[in-house]
Design a protein. Structure first.
Length: 184
């Protein structure tokens, strides 16, 4: 059964505060590349179209999410006090925060991506399962998440957490109506 692989580039910012000696505690950014590898869950039927699904149908929702929501998001751990700043002063920007359990490392990001993509594939009824998600933070550093990493994250997340929802969300904040009436 053939596998599919595709890549997308995005810009992001984050900070890591759990390690008191980390030089990553001040907000900073990277241009990252996420490469996903999908395994077909059905055999290829030879003859005719000779594919299980059109490439654009498999990656369409995924790349729309990366381009429209992950790109230029600020990644923060759920306990980061900067979230309180945005709640108090810039609630309209809360939707642009990608929030992870614990520090937003490349490792947890790759696992979140794995779950989100698998949720998208299931919602679209596509005959593919995620095999790996590779996040290249710099040209010399990359993290590859596999199913075991995704399962570990699943155990730590509520069933309706954003990586397990087939919507475009990157956090679990309630939608912001207006600064005066925000339900946060
Ligand atoms: Zn960094």
């Amino acid at each position: 059964m053939p596998a599919l692989e595709f890549s997308r580039r995005y810009a992001m910012a984050h900070r890591l505060i759990a390690d008191p000696h980390s030089k990553c505690a001040t907000p900073h950014g990277h241009n990252e590349i996420v490469t996903v590898r999908l395994a077909a869950t059905a055999p290829l039927i030879v003859g005719g179209a000779n594919h299980l699904a059109r490439f654009e149908d498999v990656k369409g929702r995924w790349h729309a999410w990366i381009d429209g929501h992950v790109d230029h998001a600020l990644q923060l751990g759920e306990a980061d006090p900067l979230i309180g700043y945005f709640r108090a002063h810039e609630p309209a920007r809360l939707a642009r925060l990608l929030v992870t359990p614990g520090d937003p490392t490349t490792e947890i990001l790759a696992a979140c991506f794995f779950l989100k993509l698998e949720t998208f594939l299931a919602a679209d009824g596509l005959p593919f399962a995620v095999e790996t998600v590779r996040v290249e933070e710099t040209p010399t550093n990359a993290v590859i998440a596999s199913r075991a990493d995704a399962e570990a994250l699943t155990c730590a997340l509520p069933e309706d957490a954003w990586p397990r929802r087939a919507d475009m969300s990157i956090n679990d904040f309630a939608p912001t109506r207006s600064p005066a009436h925000a339900i946060l």
